[in-house]
Design a protein around this ligand. Structure first.
Ligand code: 5GP
Ligand code: MN
Length: 325
């Protein structure tokens, strides 16, 4: 990282801290399809709001995943916002209005700050923007933010932040799990987080339908030119009584295949599109691949949505990944 980039990041942190401390009524949102990181970051800020006498609410187009309901204070996330009088909008874990989705309408009229660790600079911020793609998770950044603001940590905040670390680093297995995030994790464990409890809740608490759906995807998977890919159709969901959220762990299992560069899961969505999820194991930049199809993400974990059938999506994606018939 260049000196200039380092300075910009430090200034981003300071400006975000200023905006938060000078606001009393704060509306948080994050990318649609909220995950452990964006929800963890939001919940930590909700707790901070409770401790400091602020009104902090969270909105998202999609429901917060039930798998996260073990987090202390989880119910605080679903308190309805009083729309009239927020004085700050906070966009977490993305920086573009399109990623926010329908909740954008609720923050668009507010002064807005962005805290994000994805590559790229979306236009969601108006008064402050803190972008650090070198951060393993947004919860790493929120942990640093609270420290910068000299706010004490507690067990509730620590659970929320630790969960974002675990989900965005794939349980500290991805290349992004650097010393900075392990230090942050250690600090959170000191507050009383049980890593066993977090990983049990996140990964060993699946609906049986999800495990069976994963089975379908595994059985149907193919290996071509160091790319392992699979697909799920609406009829799979219907036959197994599975939901969208039951797809979460599948890409992780596909990624387990030896010697592959990239794992890809294609699945039909309820509205007849194809959601594509990527994970890379070498230096293939799947965020760049996803971006070519209107999506994005991180170098090793990304996604996009195509408006065509699975057949066509598979052809286009595999061609882009250099897989020939
Ligand atoms: P996941 O596969 O865990 O849902 O997503 C992996 C990463 O890719 C996350 O950082 C997520 O925000 C990003 N991502 C997934 N789908 C999309 C998409 O359709 N558009 C964009 N811009 N990013 C996506
Ligand atoms: Mn994230």
């Amino acid at each position: 990282m260049s000196e200039g980039e380092r300075k910009e990041i430090a200034e981003g942190l300071a400006s975000v801290a200023r905006a938060l401390t000078s606001s009393r009524r704060i509306l948080l949102t994050s990318h649609k399809g909220p995950d452990g990181d964006s929800v963890g970051a939001a919940l930590a800020l909700v707790h901070w709001g409770e401790r400091t006498g602020r009104i902090v609410r969270y909105v998202n187009e999609d429901a917060v995943p039930e798998t996260l309901s073990f987090l202390p204070g989880f119910a605080l996330l679903s308190r309805p916002p009083e729309f009239a009088s927020f004085d700050l909008g906070v966009i977490l874990d993305c920086s573009a209005p399109e990623r926010v989705g329908a909740a954008w309408n609720l923050v668009r009229g507010l002064p807005r700050i962005v805290v994000d660790h994805h590559e790229g600079i979306g236009s969601a911020a108006t008064i402050a923007r803190w972008l650090d793609p070198s951060a393993a998770s947004v919860t790493v950044m929120v942990g640093e933010l609270l420290e910068y603001m000299k706010e004490p940590l507690d067990r509730d905040i620590a659970y929320a932040l630790y969960t974002g670390l675990v989900t965005d680093t794939m349980s500290f297995q991805q290349a992004n799990s650097d010393a900075r995030c392990h230090r942050r994790a250690a600090r959170l464990l000191e507050e009383g987080v049980s890593p066993f409890e977090v990983t049990m809740n996140l990964f060993e608490n699946q609906r049986h339908a999800a495990v069976r759906l994963c089975g379908r995807a595994m059985e149907r998977s193919k290996l071509r030119h160091e790319v392992c890919f699979s697909e799920l159709y609406r009829r799979d969901f219907e036959e197994l009584g599975a939901r969208e959220s039951d797809t979460e762990g599948i890409i992780r299992t596909l990624r387990g295949v030896a010697g592959i560069r990239v794992a890809v899961l294609l699945r039909e969505t309820v509205d007849g599109k194809v959601k594509v999820t990527f994970r890379s194991k070498d230096d293939t930049d799947v965020a760049a691949v996803a971006a070519e199809f209107g999506g994005g993400g991180h170098k090793a974990a990304a996604g996009c949505t195509l408006e065509c059938d699975i057949e066509e999506a598979r052809k286009r994606i595999l061609a882009r990944l250099g897989v020939r018939k």
